[in-house]
Design a protein around this ligand. Structure first.
Ligand code: ADP
Ligand code: ADP
Length: 226
């Protein structure tokens, strides 16, 4: 089954805005997939529906063959989400942030500790594991968000504009962490409005504009058309 399958997804907000006008897409297991589009295209709405934060108006979504509507909890266990805003407690230490997050998902401390070490090392934060989160640089804070989402060992990692508004050095650091996570087998989907970001990271992409997919396919063949 695809890592993510979306069929004729529609969303009309209470305001009457049609944010998604029948979107269909498939993401293969192991892929690094970008959903590229300008502000207001419907990217966050799509991610919100897939991560169960937003109710759909119509359509089907499944994650590794698990129907999101019929088996929401089972589908959500397969997903890790990195939201746009940094939302961990700045007065905690990275190691505690990760272990407590795992605890919230029922992962015992004995299992969480080695996982946290692995994730902090991959995010190049191991030397900061016992430093107050408040003192981390912007790039470190964002990599900590990624490390935290990986604590539940998701098969699909979803990031909503992970690098919006950050400078190129910070973006490159995040890209490196994401590439390592993908190389280790986790499927990644990210939304972005930077073509350069999609180009540096992704094998496949969909371009969304005003609630509809306008192009979809391998990065290479789409670049040739632009
Ligand atoms: P993107 O993530 O690509 O910037 P969004 O999914 O945030 O796009 O927005 C798509 C459209 O839906 C926009 O017109 C936006 O104003 C509208 N929208 C987003 N969230 C809401 C909401 N909670 N209520 C009403 N309209 C919304
Ligand atoms: P950014 O992601 O903000 O560009 P990095 O996380 O790539 O910064 O950090 C680059 C190097 O600078 C790291 O090896 C780190 O040791 C050091 N560094 C950056 N910011 C801080 C900070 N606030 N406190 C301690 N060291 C820092």
């Amino acid at each position: 089954a695809p890592a993510l399958s979306v069929r004729d997804l529609r969303k009309t907000y209470d305001t009457g805005v049609e944010a998604l006008k029948g979107v269909s897409l498939d993401v293969a297991p192991g892929d690094f997939f970008a959903l590229l589009g300008p502000n207001g295209a419907g990217k966050s709405t799509l991610i919100g529906i897939v991560s169960s934060l937003v109710n759909k108006t119509a359509g089907e979504v499944s994650v590794f063959g698990v129907d999101l509507h019929a088996h929401r909890d089972a589908a959500m266990r397969l997903i890790g989400l990195v939201p746009q805003e940094i939302n961990f407690n700045f007065f905690e230490k990275p190691l505690d942030i990760l272990v407590n997050y795992a605890g919230f998902y029922g992962i015992p401390r004995s299992e969480a500790l080695p996982r946290a070490e692995e994730e902090l090392k991959r995010a190049l934060l191991w030397d900061k594991s016992r430093t107050m989160a408040r003192t981390l640089s912007g790039g470190m804070k964002r990599r900590l968000m990624i490390a935290r989402a990986m604590m539940t060992r998701p098969r699909l990692l979803i990031l909503d504009e992970p690098t919006a508004g950050v400078d190129i050095e910070i973006r490159r650091g995040m890209w490196q962490t994401l590439k390592e996570i993908n190389a280790a087998g986790t499927t990644i989907i990210l939304t972005t409005h930077y073509l350069e970001e999609a180009e540096s990271l992704c094998r496949n992409l969909a371009i969304i504009d005003r609630g509809a997919i306008v192009e979809q396919g391998p990065m290479k063949s789409l670049l040739a058309k632009l």
